[in-house]
Design a protein around this ligand. Structure first.
Ligand code: ADP
Ligand code: MG
Length: 265
């Protein structure tokens, strides 16, 4: 089995969700070679909550594509758990992507024709898993993200925040190595942003590993750690103090409350 470590594999040290080591990605174009990542290294232990930041063109999407098993590095290695992604074939990569990665996108990427529960089941469907057990799992996750009373709604009957909750439930359905979120609050107002970030806080509190790309400081400060890329290299990698996290949380809650009060009058 692909995902089961062979006896020869060393045990996971401190249970890393991912280990990024000397990661390099070059795009060879006709006239030039673009070096999108030039030797990026950092570990993400299980249970961490990492925000990836950096100016446009710094390599964030390239890194995210590799963490999501959508693309392979030119050099360096990338481990997800015990699996070395950089050595895998395209088929193996597709397999691991559908089975162990939970994506959350800015634009939700839900299927309009499917209900909430069906959307949550989509990653299982691709694995041919469609039994009552899987249905129950999807229902439980819908309840977990606060959509227990919306099970048969379709995406166009839901608010943006509710749609993003469906996407988060979907990301959890295959028990992923981590939630990989690309600007997950980019389309949301401050009230809903606060709700979604509170949900991430809860999930991380339950031990879920979260990796989020954002360009917003106050969103990044909710994470436990901020990794900054610059020119395809690691620019900084700093923990966020609990004080700073609390301040960001309180600031956003206050902003959300102000909006709610305004709407109420
Ligand atoms: P970010 O997401 O931080 O804005 P990207 O990872 O998208 O940065 O891009 C990093 C660099 O790689 C940029 O110079 C970009 O133009 C280049 N790049 C990204 N994808 C490709 C591609 N498919 N082909 C060629 N160059 C690319
Ligand atoms: Mg990008």
């Amino acid at each position: 089995m692909l995902l089961r470590p062979s006896p020869a594999d060393p045990p996971a040290e401190n249970s890393l969700a991912t280990r990024i080591d000397g990661l390099t990605k070059e795009y060879v174009l006709k006239s030039e070679t673009v070096r999108a990542l030039r030797g990026v290294s950092f570990d993400v232990p299980e249970g961490d909550y990492v925000a990836i930041m950096g100016p446009s063109g710094s390599g964030k999407s390239t890194l995210l594509n590799m963490l999501g098993c959508l693309d392979q590095p030119t050099a360096g290695s990338l481990h997800l758990g015990n699996d070395n992604i950089s050595l895998m074939s395209d088929d193996q990569l597709a397999d691991i992507r559908s089975r162990r990665i939970g994506f959350v996108f800015q634009s939700y990427n839900l299927i309009q024709q499917l209900t909430v529960v069906e959307n949550i089941q989509v990653p299982l469907y691709y694995q041919g898993l469609l039994g009552p057990k899987e249905y129950k799992r999807a229902v439980d996750l819908a309840k977990r993200v606060g959509l227990g009373d919306r099970l048969d709604h379709r995406p166009n009957q839901l608010s943006g925040g509710q749609q993003q909750r469906v996407a988060i439930a979907r990301s959890l359905v295959n028990d992923p190595y981590f939630i990989l979120a690309d600007e997950p609050t980019g389309n949301l107002d401050s009230v809903t942003t606060d709700e979604i970030l509170a949900l991430f806080d809860q999930l991380n509190g339950e031990g879920r590993t979260i990796i989020i790309v954002t360009h917003e400081d106050d969103v990044a400060e909710r994470a436990r750690r901020i990794v900054q890329l610059k020119d395809g290299m690691l620019h900084s990698d700093d923990p966020v103090s609990e004080d700073r996290r609390t301040a960001a949380r309180e600031q956003q809650a206050a902003a959300a409350l102000a909006v709610k009060n305004k709407q109420g009058t």
